[in-house]
Structure formats: structure tokens, C-alpha cells
Design a protein around this ligand. Sequence first.
Ligand SMILES: Cc1cc2nc3c(=O)[nH]c(=O)nc-3n(C[C@H](O)[C@H](O)[C@H](O)COP(=O)(O)OP(=O)(O)OC[C@H]3O[C@@H](n4cnc5c(N)ncnc54)[C@H](O)[C@@H]3O)c2cc1C
Length: 415
Amino acid sequence: MDLRSGEPYFVVRDGPVMSHAPLAGDASCDVLVVGAGITGALTAYRAAQAGMSVIVLDKRNAARGSTAASTAIMQYEIDTPLAELGGLIGAEDAALAYRLCYDAIGELSVLVQEIEGVEGVDCELRRVGSLYVASSAEDAEGFAEEVRLRQSAGIKAEVVKGGEVAVRFGIRGGQGGKGDAIYSTNAATVNAYRLAHALLHRCVGMGVRVHGATCVTELERRGEGIIARTEAGPTVRAKHAVVCTGYEAAGMFKEPVVELMSTYAMATAPVRGEPGGGRSGTFPPRCVVWESARPYLYVRSTGDGRAIVGGEDEPIVEAGARDALIARKCKRLAERARELFTGSEVEAEMGWAGTFGETRDGLAYIGESPEHAGVLFNLGFGGNGMTFALIGAGLVVEVMKSGRPSELRLFRFGR
Ligand SMILES: Cc1cc2nc3c(=O)[nH]c(=O)nc-3n(C[C@H](O)[C@H](O)[C@H](O)COP(=O)(O)OP(=O)(O)OC[C@H]3O[C@@H](n4cnc5c(N)ncnc54)[C@H](O)[C@@H]3O)c2cc1C
């Protein structure tokens, strides 16, 4: 699968960073991690921290899949509002899912500090707010109840009325509810591409073997463990295997788990001045801004003062058709950002596209699948892939240590 194309900002900025040699001979370990994107990197790091011997294999180079295209926003708010999720999986489990995501933002901050301290690298983590703006008066009607439910789950959130949204955030406030927003203080932006490389570098320092250009073609249960075959021949015997292959894992299941599509993003040139800290008319905003319309527009700022604008999802998966739309989609993203941030100049300097996927309830798939006995999965599909990747890394490591974390029920296959 061709996961991305165009000029993803973080890759343009950092370059190829690091490549790892292919696996040259048979090997064995406690944990085989398949996939070296941000999910595989987090999983390998957590497993190594738990004292397990780890091998990571990727058919590309590390972090060259969708992690390279990610706009790297970490939110606790999944694409399915809490009220709606409650209707799908029950109020108690929905609140638990939100709470896990909420706590994961703090966990990421601690982890990034750990990595930055040892690796001497700035992963550009910024703790920011998240502003969820009503695209219609009808959408705003549910905001008070949504905030009440979140507060009951121990989450800090408030409704901000349209006029105040305009004053505090420089975003068009509307009449009759359109432009009202939910504001939460707990979100983060990061450079996921750099963080994945830093994590893998740290992993290597902890004795983990990382190999690129090594495609895993088969995972077979053998006795108490797994034997992995690779395209070039060498095999890996492992006590456990964790598949972290992102959207490409979709093809592994007869029962569909994710609906694939394409999504688009653009980065502006650096905008002069500080990112808006709440003053009217300031762009880019310091907080993450996204809309209640589906597909939604979202905006974040970068450490060098750019805005990244994303969205404009299309139900196409074929890479050529997806890529033919990049220029037009960037123009449209800039137009829509100009409409949202009244009076701001927004022009694309770089644009890119990538494969994206959503699950029916907006939650990840983590744990064992009945279709692949003995194999663990950490598949953080959807707009909150990174948040789920971190939660999944913790959960699969607990499973490998013979635990049965009760939270796994939220993310189980066949739900
Ligand atoms: C434009 C865009 C914007 C996004 N913005 C956000 C965002 O703001 N926040 C967010 O949380 N998420 C976002 N996402 C989703 C994001 O990409 C994912 O959350 C995250 O990067 C997925 O990481 P991953 O490691 O699971 O997948 P990947 O980065 O794709 O890594 C999977 C790896 O598995 C490897 N692999 C696949 N098959 C095999 C095999 N058979 N053998 C060996 N290796 C294999 C691949 O080469 C790849 O490197 C965005 C996605 C796109 C396209």
C-alpha cells in the first residue's frame, strides 16, 4: 500500500534521519514488533523498559509510513463524541475510553521528557488546548450535555459561546449556536516523525535490534511462541509478536476492522509573530482547533510558527487518484481556514496526502485477534492513532507479562 505522498512538513524539515540495515540471518527474542512507525516505536520502548529482548522489523525505513504524514496532534477527544460513544458501547465504557485517552496525554509528556533527556533531542512537544467548534447550530445543541458527561468522567472541559470564541480565539463566532465551542486544556502537539526516530534510537541503546527493508510475510504460532517469516528468507522466533503495521494491517482480517480513505494536509510558511495565545485575529492559533462537521477541518501550529491545516477526507484509497487531488485540496484547506480565522492570510507552502482509516466507534483495535491466534495487535486507527498507540503499548506489554488488563475489552476484535 502506498501510504502517503507529497511533501509532509516534518519529513521536509528533518530529512530521512536514520535507516536500519535489513535482517541478515535467523534471530530470536522475547518480543517481535512488526512495524517501526510511532506505534511500533512506542511498543518496542515499553517492552524494552519491561526487561524484554526486542526485535523491530519494518519493510520500509523507520517512520516512513503514515507516521511521516501525521500532523501529530494528540487529543483525548476521539472522533466519536462521548455522548454518542455511550450509545454504542455503554456509558461506563465510553467514559473509561475517554478517561484513558485523557490520561495518555500526560503519559506522553512524561515519556517525551524521558527520551529528550537521554537523546538530547527536542521532539517539539507542546501542551496546548483543544477547541472543538460547532459547524452548525444543531451540533452546538449537544455541547452542554457533552461537557457534563466529560466532567462526570473527570475531564476538564467547558462550553464557550460563539461571541467569546471570536474574542478569545480569533475564530468567527456565530449566531444561534454556530461557532459555539467546547474548550479543553488537555491536548498536545508533537513532531511524531522525530519522536519515533528518537524512541528507536533509545531502543537501540537499550539493546533492541531494529531492521529496515525487512518485510514480514507470515506469523505462525509454533508451540508457545511465534515464528515470523520474512520476504528475504531469515526468520525470527519470538515468545510474542506485536503487529503495529497501521493501515496496512487492514488486509489481514476477513472481518473488516477499519474503513480506509484518504486525507490531506498543508503547512503554511512561518507566520510572523507569536502563535495566537487567545487574542482576537491571531493566526496560527496556539491551541488545536477542529470542527464538528464531518469530515472536519483541523488546525495546529508548529514550533517554527507555521500553521498546519488538515482534513478534506475523500473516500478513495487508490494512491494515484488521491495524489491527483493534492493541489486542489490544499487550496480548499487554505480557503476553509481563512473562513474560520476571519481576516487571516493562509497559503499552502507544502501539501501532502495520506491513507487514513476510521473504525465504527472511533476506538482502536488492541490485543489478540481470533483470526491470528497468539499474535497481538496495536492498531490505533483513526484521528487519535497516536493516543491509542501509547495506550496500546502499555496494554500489550501488560498482556505479555501475563496480565489481563480489563481495559482491553474496549479495544477487542469482534466487538
Ligand atoms: C495526513 C495525516 C494526518 C494525520 N494526523 C494525525 C494526528 O494529528 N494525530 C494522530 O494521532 N494521527 C494522525 N494520523 C494518523 C497517523 O498516521 C497515525 O496515528 C500514526 O502515525 C500511525 O502510526 P503507525 O506506527 O501505526 O503506522 P505507520 O507509521 O504507517 O507504521 C506502520 C509501519 O509498518 C510497516 N509495515 C507494514 N507492513 C509490514 C510488514 N508486512 N512487514 C514489516 N513492516 C511492515 C510500514 O512500513 C510502516 O512503517 C494522520 C494520518 C495522516 C495520513
